[in-house]
Design a binder for this molecule. Sequence first.
Ligand SMILES: Cc1cc2nc3c(=O)[nH]c(=O)nc-3n(C[C@H](O)[C@H](O)[C@H](O)COP(=O)(O)O)c2cc1C
Length: 387
Amino acid sequence: MPVITTIEDLHRIYKRRVPKMFYDYCETGSWTEQTFRDNSSDFARIRLRQRVAVDMEGRSTATQMVGQDVAMPVALAPVGLTGMQAADGEIKAARAAEKFGVPFTLSTMSICSIEDVAAHTEKPFWFQLYVMRDQEYLANLIQRAKDARCSALVLTLDLQILGQRHKDLKNGLSAPPKMTLPTMANLATKWGWGLEMLQTKRRFFGNIIGHAKGVTDASSLVDWTAGNFDPRLDWSQVKKLKEDWGGKLILKGILDAEDAKRALDVGADAIVVSNHGGRQLDGALSSIRALPSILRAVGDQIEVHVDGGIRSGQDVLKAVALGAKGTYIGRAFIYGLGAMGEPGVTRALEVIHKELDTTMALCGRKNIAGLDRDILLVPKDFEGDWV
Ligand SMILES: Cc1cc2nc3c(=O)[nH]c(=O)nc-3n(C[C@H](O)[C@H](O)[C@H](O)COP(=O)(O)O)c2cc1C
């Protein structure tokens, strides 16, 4: 067993173990990938203030996200096709999150279905909703999330039209993979992944196949998304969805202060400052850069979360010290899952937790409530002077 001390260690093992098609799907951003790169590199621009001779006994990273207790302010982000990164991937990730005490968010585009994840976990998880054209299917999906006792609905607003990721088109991304010659040649080198995949029946989009009318083959993600995601989604429908759901609503994909104000109007419980991990509007600001202006606009009226580029506990600390009440990790947990299954997700959470706890102490703080702007050194031009 290799010694894993960083998320990058998991990334290296992940790259060796998982078929190229799914590695590329995770690792890319849209078009030039500028926003994808900025998401991580902008975190590195923020520095920390070292403080000493402060009593550091009895520290805690525990806090709350949308009123729910969490072991640290980190949730697992919704990631489509997680069950292609490792067999039964959503169930494995949900179990690891449950045991660690952080929220797991199941994507609409998951391989394991809502019911399947509910049957293999004990605590409620969160469900991420994409708005589809088929209203009957949509209503049914919301009802299924209610029946599974999902404790928050994460409504994603930034992917009604799919940003282009070149590698997915070139690789012919599908679930399960289509057996072309290059794919077969690559799979021959990924026998660990393949053996596990042969032992599970969960290889299709579990929330869609058998539920959406006329969909018997949703194998091509790109085609299915283009045909079924509803580009007419607007704020009036968001408001209606809030009423239909009736529970905690988190709006994901807000990157502009004006949109954050609209989120207040519809009565959302939280927003996630996010650019979909740099997978949608290439050229948009990194999430951590967009965060301060959104906090100034709505931070005292709604819970603000952030995701994009988080690869360490130091990144979590920086986001929280800027004012975010919670963060999400996407790729960081996928690396763990693809590398080592459920123990790999646990390891990713442990790495981030240890980094967060130790860095908090070295900054002279004992708990999450104590993390404030005062521990950060932010470059004067960090937010940018845009017109
Ligand atoms: C492979 C992959 C698939 C994703 N699928 C979804 C999805 O189905 N629904 C969604 O709301 N966001 C999805 N996202 C975006 C994540 O929820 C999250 O916003 C992003 O991963 C955060 O950036 P990070 O990966 O740098 O942590 C996906 C991201 C990745 C990397």
